[in-house]
Design a protein around this ligand. Structure first.
Ligand SMILES: Cc1ncc(COP(=O)(O)O)c(C=O)c1O
Length: 474
């Protein structure tokens, strides 16, 4: 049949021939692959590069399709020109500032642009660094908060010194749990409420005391995409200072929102316009539009980064200043960030965020009318992210079943329980990112509508889902 068609149409003939060539090549490579390639120890003899490629390529084919992943906030798409630049920079180590002064210069320009975007009083006096992502940036920001707190304790009675603590909403991202565990700081989580899934101003201030190294405000909560009321939190901390003399600094974890809020909510005040905000982190690899991994951290002024936490090395040629936790890191992502700044400019980011918001709102509004579903957050004026829960009357299935069902079509839409004190509620979260089109949104809608109709037709309860997560660490 294929051969007959091929004979009639030259283009069909070409593609059939190419397909056959591919199959033959794969078969002959498969035949040459040793059957006993060890997976858990180094083989005595290596494989030829083309065979190693085919082996690993085949293995990776079972990975998901990144564009259908609505779980992650991290970029999965860039323009081909950006990919070309990244390829050209694949061998550049950002720490080798003496060898790659041009790349270093692009990092400096990115930092200045971000300081301007986030309204540092004097962008040339702001200080910061690129990082591997927001997690590294948060560790550094937390360490600087702790360093300043300790300075404030000097001279106080050591025996009476409180244990350092960090105040944040229970909706924090796990990097803050890591920071507190790694650097011996008590995490002070402010519980969530039924109508409030993030930090609230008065509750934040009420959790502070003499041991508080800082408060973390989140612009773009990982739980529901919402922005925390940063200005109100700053005001509550001002009042606390007037009442008690406690001067608590505010760090803004804008991992996602740092590249969204300036464009979809430019009038909303959350950044260095608030004098209490000492530092801000953001992930370039989230809504900054870069593939993983690049993050950014800025302090509002140079004096806020202590000399003791800056390091210089002289063995790379010249004197290389380093203020990150990592040493070697890829330079390509920083170059790609600069590409986005040059390529998109303010207008391009504005248009991109408006489009993502429109697609997310379209999805949320269409899903909200399905009777068993209920919106927990709405993407208008926050991240292009939202979550849904099921009406309490639904007994036979859960959001975990819906998440599993969507996987059958390739969509990755995570379901999870909310943090304390709302842990009895399970939600489904949808993250809309660059590369996710209105057409894809409509396909997802069709699949959800079909899945919900199927679940609603059940007359007995679904068994427990096999697993809520297909991945486990050793
Ligand atoms: C609010 C928030 N902070 C920090 C992080 C950690 O960011 P990264 O993945 O860039 O390390 C995330 C990641 O989702 C986040 O949403």
């Amino acid at each position: 049949m294929e051969f007959n068609q091929a004979a009639r149409h030259p283009l069909a003939a070409e593609s059939v021939a190419a397909g056959l060539r591919g199959q033959l090549r794969a078969r002959s490579i498969a035949a040459r692959l040793p059957a006993d390639i060890p997976e858990q120890r180094l083989a005595d003899q290596g494989l030829r590069a083309d065979l190693a490629y085919e082996l690993i390529h085949g293995h990776l084919m079972l990975d998901g399709n990144a564009r259908l992943n609505l779980a992650t906030f991290v970029g999965t798409w860039m323009e081909p020109e950006a990919l070309r630049l990244m390829g050209e920079c694949a061998d550049k180590n950002i720490i080798d500032k003496d060898e790659y002064p041009q790349t270093t210069d692009l990092e400096r320009r990115c930092l200045l642009m971000l300081a301007d975007l986030w309204h540092a009083p004097d962008p040339s006096d702001a200080v910061g660094t690129s990082t591997t992502g927001s997690s590294e940036a948060c560790m550094l920001a937390g360490l600087v908060l702790k360093w300043h707190w300790r300075q404030r304790q000097l001279g106080a009675d050591a025996a009476a010194a409180p244990r350092p603590n960090l105040v944040m909403g229970a909706n924090r991202q796990v990097c803050w749990d890591k920071f507190c565990a790694y650097f011996e700081v008590e995490p002070r989580f402010v519980p969530l409420g039924p109508d409030r899934l993030h930090l609230e101003a008065e509750a934040a201030a009420a959790h502070c005391d003499a041991g508080t190294i800082g408060v973390v405000g989140v612009v773009g909560s990982v739980v529901d995409g919402s922005y925390e009321p940063i200005a109100a939190i700053a005001t509550a901390l001002d009042h606390l200072e007037q009442r008690s003399g406690l001067a608590i600094p505010l760090h803004i974890d804008a991992a996602s929102g740092g590249f969204v809020a300036p464009f979809n909510a430019p009038e909303w005040i959350w950044d260095f316009r608030l004098p209490r905000v000492v530092s801000i982190n953001a992930s370039g690899h989230k809504y900054g539009g870069v593939l993983p991994g690049v993050g950014w951290l800025l302090w509002r002024q140079d004096a806020l980064l202590p000399r003791e936490l800056r390091f210089d090395v002289n063995y790379l040629g010249g004197v290389t200043p380093t203020i990150g936790m990592n040493f070697s890191r890829p330079g390509a992502q920083v170059v790609a960030q600069y590409f986005n700044f040059v390529h998109l400019g303010r207008q391009g980011y504005r248009e991109r965020m408006a489009l993502l918001e429109a697609i997310a709102c379209h999805l949320a509004d269409q899903l909200a009318v399905l009777p068993p579903l209920r919106l927990v957050s709405h993407p208008l004026g926050q991240l292009p992210v939202f979550c849904l829960e099921l009406e309490p009357r639904v007994r036979f299935w859960s959001v975990f079943h819906l998440s599993d069902k969507l996987r059958e079509r390739g969509w990755l839409v995570p379901a999870y329980t909310l943090p304390p004190d709302q842990q009895h509620r399970a939600v489904l979260r949808i993250v809309v990112r660059a590369g996710f089109s209105r057409h894809m949104a409509d396909q997802l809608l069709d699949d959800i509508v079909r899945a919900v109709a199927w679940f609603e037709s059940l007359t007995v309860a679904m068994p427990e889902p096999m697993t809520h997560c297909s991945f486990s660490h050793l």
